[in-house]
Write a protein of this length. Structure first.
Length: 272
């Protein structure tokens, strides 16, 4: 089967135990990665460095740890890492989530059977604390046509599940220098430019949805970033003004809601 790279970006505020679980889930894939690229986006803690040292000593030929001395933002970090990936198939992975062990084997096989596809993701199982405490599932559209329409207003991919073709990503300039919604922006540009995509109906990843996630979602910076991304889609002709208006109103409402109500609205309207 075709070889693939894993791309992760690491930030100083990540918890060492989360990073350990995330990396373990990738090194134990049924189809082993050819390389794991981890970009240190600025300085990291001694505890995080210990985790990296443990894995690089355990798998000396698997990891490529690169990065910046200062924090540059996720968009630049991912572009930096992507340019170091030596394979065309690249699996994105976050440093606090857990991939199911057959995730990458299923994705690589799908690419081999559907060479026209550029972006491939899946549903996610959301958990709090440990993977035995599943709190919900976020499903996403399956076919390329469904994804194209869905992405005009909402994220059509669960980004830590995505595997894509590096060559196609680079055709559209890679990640923009954004601190939030880099994946939404990139995939929207690719879809509008004619790239085809798909999602697995089944979940290939456990997504950490703890209380900190709800707090991060409730920020004007996050809401404004998403609104600006859809505004960009409207300006370039992908989304309509109505799409932009719906997103602007929806994000504004979510921002002013108390966290408890925001959680309810997310589960009812935004999870699927």
């Amino acid at each position: 089967m075709e070889k693939y790279s894993v791309l992760m970006s690491l930030y100083i505020k990540e918890k060492p135990e989360y990073l350990t679980e995330a990396i373990e889930s990738m090194v134990n894939q049924t189809l082993k990665p050819d390389e794991i690229i981890i970009v240190k986006d600025g300085p990291i803690t001694f505890q995080l460095q210990e985790v990296l040292d443990h894995f690089t000593n355990r798998y000396p030929n698997l990891f490529n740890i690169i990065g910046y001395e200062t924090n540059r933002g996720l968009g630049l970090a991912l572009n930096f890492g992507l340019n170091h990936c030596k394979n065309d198939l690249v699996a994105r992975m976050d440093t606090d989530d857990i991939s199911k062990l057959d995730r990458c084997e299923k994705q690589v096989l799908f690419f081999e059977n559907h060479p026209e596809i550029s972006i491939l993701g899946s549903a996610i199982d959301e958990f709090n604390g440990n993977i035995n405490n599943i709190t919900g599932r976020r499903v996403v559209p399956i076919t390329s046509d469904e994804i194209y329409t869905f992405a005009k207003r909402r994220s059509a991919f669960n980004h830590p599940t995505v595997m894509y073709k590096k060559s196609d990503v680079l055709k559209f300039g890679g990640y923009d220098d954004l601190k939030r919604n880099q994946d939404v922006d990139l995939f929207g540009r690719m879809l509008y430019g004619g790239c085809l995509a798909s999602n697995f109906e089944n979940s290939l990843l456990w997504f950490r949805a703890d209380d900190d996630l709800a707090k991060r979602r409730k920020s004007w910076e996050n809401s404004r970033s998403y609104i600006n991304t859809i505004k960009k889609f409207w300006k370039m002709g992908y989304a309509s003004f109505v799409d932009y208006l719906v997103v602007a109103m929806g994000q504004s409402i979510m921002y002013i809601c108390p966290i408890g109500l925001q959680k309810i609205l997310y589960k009812k309207f935004l999870r699927s």
